[in-house]
Design a protein around this ligand. Structure first.
Ligand code: H2U
Ligand code: ZN
Length: 351
């Protein structure tokens, strides 16, 4: 038997995610397999600026009968099919510790990012995206002030392969009385880290990533976009604030412009990867709105895109992932190198 030295670029290993306390399996040797499949392009339909059949376009009627105003800035409304309701009676049913349930209250909203049916974030101007960030901040504050609301989840599903029902640029907010699973795991890990080190986990992490540089994608004055060391999805990324801001509530005007700027640049990078409007689920993780101070919480935004090899070949989270642990072939460093090599100009504009 030859005794070879462990090499993270070649040998199977697992990486720890300190934000949620879980492990992921990395199998870099597998991504050395040559790919002989097609790298097909998809022909994207050109959408009109206004679509009379779209329930998110200004002036149109929604399914519940409400009519959208003729909005010309980002616009939010209460979801007509809300998963959470604000008048649910309080209560819990726990026969014993095997059948446990708890009532949940909440408010669900939809945010139209732009009146234009044909745009997406990477195609919008920074000052228009800044208005989306303004609205996120307003919603976080207003919803969070409600006594019943302890967590505000802002997110975006983009692309039909992510289950997005309408190409009109939009996102959602689900605000709830409970802190849901994912932010709850991050809450526990960040609190533990903060108590031990007196600094947020992501301040220390970002500092080290900025020294190493190998997973950094984009930087501006206030934010950094990178592929986390523990990324699961092939091109998973994270936007992290340089300042340890615990929520949107603490953002200055310049920081809101900074977030808009990096959100645009990152999504241009994504669109340019396979020259397609890149699908993902993205969302903001920030402090719970439970009335407590949360110095341990460090604002960040996750992007989980499913595409792996081309505009149509996606990664499936099945088999081993469902039963054992998430796994990836292409390393976070390899994916970062690939994304960094792309033009900063949107492919639709460079033709
Ligand atoms: P997604 O495309 O990410 O599924 O978001 C669309 C949301 O819009 C969805 O949650 C809501 C759906 O409930 N909706 C309305 O509130 N009113 C409508 O008329 C149609 C869809
Ligand atoms: Zn529309």
């Amino acid at each position: 038997m030859t005794i070879e030295k462990f090499n993270i670029e070649e040998h199977p290993h697992r990486r720890f995610n300190p934000l949620n306390g879980e492990w992921i399996l990395v199998s870099p040797h597998r991504s050395k397999r040559p790919w002989q499949g097609q790298v097909e392009k998809v022909v994207e339909e050109k959408r009109p600026e206004y679509d009379e059949k779209c329930y998110l376009c200004p002036g149109n009627e929604r399914i519940g009968g409400h009519v959208n105003p003729k909005y010309n800035e980002p616009y939010s409304f209460v979801n007509d099919f809300s998963a959470l309701l604000n008048d649910t009676p309080e209560g819990a049913v726990s026969e014993d510790d095997l059948f446990v349930s708890d009532s949940v209250r909440g408010i669900c909203k939809v945010i139209c990012f732009s009146p234009r049916h044909d745009l997406t974030i990477p195609e919008m101007e920074v000052d228009e995206i800044k208005k989306v960030v303004d609205l996120w901040q307003k919603e976080y504050r207003e919803l969070g002030q409600n006594e019943d609301i302890n967590f505000v989840q802002i997110f975006e599903n983009k692309g039909s392969i992510m289950g997005c029902s309408n190409p009109h640029p939009h996102g959602q907010i689900w605000a709830s009385s409970m802190v849901p699973n994912e932010p709850q795991k991050e809450s526990v890990c960040q609190k533990e880290y903060y108590q031990k080190h007196g600094r947020t986990l992501l301040s220390n992490y970002l500092e080290k990533e900025l020294e190493k540089k190998e997973r950094i994608l984009i930087e501006n004055e206030h934010f950094v976009a990178l592929i986390p060391y523990w990324a699961v999805w092939p091109f998973e990324t994270m936007i992290v604030s340089r300042r340890s801001l615990s929520s949107l509530d603490q953002f200055s005007e310049e920081e809101k412009v900074g977030l808009a700027d990096i959100y645009k640049k990152l999504t241009i990078m994504y669109d340019n990867l396979f020259e397609v409007s890149f699908a993902y689920s993205a969302g903001i993780h920030q402090a719970p709105t439970d009335g407590e101070e949360h110095p341990e919480w460090h604002f960040h935004m996750h992007f989980y895109p499913p595409l792996l090899r081309s505009a149509t070949v996606k990664k499936f989270m099945v088999g081993y992932e469902m039963l054992a642990s998430p796994q990836r072939d292409i390393t976070a460093e390899g994916a970062a190198k690939r994304l960094r090599s792309l033009s900063p100009i949107h492919y639709k504009k460079s033709k």
